[in-house]
Write a protein that binds this ligand. Structure first.
Ligand SMILES: *Cc1c(COP(=O)(O)O)cnc(C)c1O
Length: 474
C-alpha cells in the first residue's frame, strides 16, 4: 500500500460521522434514515474497494460533501419509478410493449375512486349479502354485444385457456391449420390448447381449409369447433377458409359449440370512424358462434381484460370452472370496464371519448398541424448535427388488429447531417430521447429517426416540447 492510498483510506469519514452532518440530516428528512444510511454505507464500501484495487481516487472523492452528493444521486435514481409514462411515437397505436390502449379520463377516475377505499366489489347493496364481482359489468357487456350472457377474466389469453378447459377438457378441438397462430412470444394456440387439457385436432392446410376437412374430423371425441382470428398476419393468394356461418351450421348439426377467439374484437363498426372494418363481437355471434372472446385493451380501448360472451349455459360452465377464480379481474379493472361500457352505450361520441379510437381516427391534416407546431423546437434543440423534416408515413393499428391496413400519418424525420457514422448518430439520438424524463420512443428506418406524431395529441404538445431542453446527445 502506498502512502497516499493509506492517507486516503484513513481520511474516509465514518458512517456515523457522515450521518450527523447537517447535510445528511436534510437528506434523512427527504429520503428516510434507512435508505440514506444504506446508500452512505454502499458508497463508502465502493470507495474502499476502489482504493484496494488501486483505482484513481482523488482527495476530493473522499470528502463528506462529495460522498453525500453521490448519495443524493443514487437515492434519486433509486426513487425514480421503473414503470413510467412514455411518448409512443412508434407509429403503432396499440403497442403491446408500450402498454396498449390509453384509458379514457373517466376510467382513470373510476379506478382512483375504487382504489382509495372500500367498495361494494362483492357486496350486494340491495340485499346486504355477499355478491359477485362480475355483476358490475357482465349484463352490460351481454346487452351491448347482444349476447345471452357474458363474463370477464384477466386478459384474452386467459379467456381462451378458460373456455378450452371448461368446455373441452380431455376432448378434441377442431381448428384450421391456417389459424394455429403465435401472438407475441408465449401465446401459441397449440401450447395453450395442451395446457388447457384439450386435444388439438388440426385440419386443412396452411392456406386452404374446406368444410369437408372439418366434417371428416368430427367424432365422439370432439368437444368444439374453434376459429381463431388470425389477427397478426394475413394469408394471401391461393387461399380458402370456411366461413363462420358454415362452421356454426356444421357444429350445430353435430350438437357441438362453435367458439371464436376474436383477439382484437370490437363492439362497434370501425368504418363509422373512417377505419377499415374489423369483425365485431356482435357479428361473430350473429354468424352463429356460441361463444366469442376478445381483449379489453386492444380495439375496445379499455383496461387489460378478456371478455367472453355468448350462450348462457356455456357462460355458466365457464364461470363454474375453478380456473375462473385464478383469472378473475381486480376491482380497478372492473371499474375501468364499467366506464368503458357506459361510453359504448353512446356510440355517437365514441371517437372523442375513447382515446384509442380517437387516435386511430385522427386525420392526417391534424397530425401535420402538430408536426408543424413542434418541429421548430426539435430542430432548435438538436442543433447542427441533425436535420428535422416533415414527411408522410403510415401508422399501424397494432396488437394484431387489421395487420395489412395502414393509416396515413405524418412524422418528424430526423437525419444526421454528417455523412459518416450515420448509424451511430441515430443510435445516440434514440438513446438520448429514451433518456428524457418522459422517454420518447420512435423508430429508426431508412437511415433516419422517425417520430410518427399520430399519438401526440395537441394536449400533450407542451409536455413534449418543454422537456426537450433536457436532451443530451453523446
Ligand atoms: C391478442 C390476442 C390474444 C391474447 O389476448 P391478450 O388480451 O393479449 O391476452 C389471443 N388471441 C388472439 C387472436 C389475439 O389477437
Amino acid at each position: 500500500m502506498t502512502d497516499s492510498t493509506a492517507t486516503l483510506l484513513s481520511s474516509i469519514p465514518s458512517v456515523d460521522k457522515l450521518l450527523r452532518t447537517a447535510d445528511a440530516e436534510t437528506l434523512i428528512d427527504a429520503f428516510g434514515r434507512q435508505p440514506v444510511t444504506n446508500a452512505v454505507r454502499d458508497d463508502l464500501a465502493a470507495l474502499r474497494q476502489s482504493l484496494a484495487r488501486k483505482d484513481d481516487v482523488a482527495v476530493d472523492d473522499v470528502s463528506a460533501t462529495n460522498i453525500l452528493a453521490r448519495v443524493v444521486a443514487t437515492l434519486e435514481a433509486d426513487l425514480s419509478p421503473s414503470l413510467k409514462p412514455v411518448f409512443n411515437l412508434t407509429g403503432t397505436v396499440l403497442h403491446t410493449n408500450l402498454g396498449r390502449a390509453p384509458l379514457p379520463e373517466e376510467a382513470i377516475n373510476a379506478i382512483a375512486a375504487v382504489s382509495r377505499g372500500a367498495s361494494n366489489l362483492e357486496f350486494n347493496l340491495t340485499t346486504g349479502k355477499r355478491g359477485d364481482r362480475d355483476v358490475h359489468v357482465e349484463d352490460k357487456f351481454a346487452e351491448l354485444i347482444g349476447a345471452e350472457a357474458a363474463t370477464i377474466v384477466n386478459n384474452n389469453a386467459a379467456a381462451v385457456l378458460l373456455m378450452l378447459n371448461a368446455l373441452a377438457l380431455r376432448k378434441e378441438v377442431i381448428v384450421s391449420r391456417g389459424e394455429l397462430i403465435e401472438i407475441g412470444g408465449a401465446f401459441r394456440i397449440p401450447d395453450i390448447m395442451s395446457r388447457a387439457g384439450a386435444k388439438l385436432r388440426e385440419v386443412g392446410t396452411t392456406n386452404r381449409t374446406h368444410p369437408k376437412d372439418f366434417e371428416e374430423a368430427i367424432s365422439p371425441k370432439t368437444a368444439m369447433l374453434m376459429k381463431i382470428h388470425t389477427s397478426n398476419y394475413e394469408v394471401q393468394g391461393f387461399t380458402a377458409a370456411v366461413s363462420d356461418t358454415d362452421l356454426a351450421a356444421l357444429a350445430h348439426k353435430n350438437d357441438l359449440p362453435f367458439v371464436i377467439d376474436l383477439g382484437s374484437g370490437t363492439m362497434t363498426d370501425l368504418r363509422q370512424f373512417g377505419l377499415p372494418h374489423e369483425p365485431t363481437a356482435q357479428e361473430a355471434l350473429a354468424s352463429g358462434a356460441d361463444l366469442v372472446s376478445f381483449s379489453g385493451d386492444k380495439l375496445l380501448g379499455g383496461p387489460q381484460a378478456g371478455i367472453i360472451a355468448g350462450r348462457a349455459d356455456l357462460i355458466a360452465k365457464v364461470k363454474k370452472n375453478p380456473m375462473k377464480r385464478a383469472m378473475r379481474c381486480d376491482k380497478m379493472t372492473i371499474a375501468a370496464l364499467e366506464t368503458i361500457l357506459r361510453l359504448y352505450a353512446d356510440p355517437d361520441r365514441l371517437a372523442e371519448r375513447i382515446p384509442t379510437l380517437r387516435l386511430l381516427a385522427r386525420k392526417q391534416e391534424e397530425i401535420r398541424a402538430t408536426a408543424t407546431r413542434i418541429s421548430p423546437a426539435l430542430d432548435n434543440t438538436l442543433g447542427d448535427r441533425y436535420a428535422v423534416a416533415l414527411d408522410q408515413c403510415q401508422s399501424q393499428i397494432g396488437s394484431g388488429s387489421l395487420p395489412a391496413e395502414r393509416l396515413d400519418s405524418v412524422a418528424l424525420v430526423i437525419r444526421p447531417t454528417a455523412t459518416k457514422g450515420v448509424g451511430t448518430a441515430l443510435k445516440h439520438l434514440a438513446t438520448a430521447l429514451r433518456s428524457l424524463p418522459m422517454p420518447v420512443i420512435g423508430r429508426i428506418q431508412d437511415d433516419a429517426f422517425w417520430l410518427d406524431l399520430r399519438c401526440l395529441e395537441p394536449s400533450n404538445e407542451e409536455a413534449f416540447i418543454s422537456q426537450l431542453n433536457a436532451i443530451t446527445i453523446k
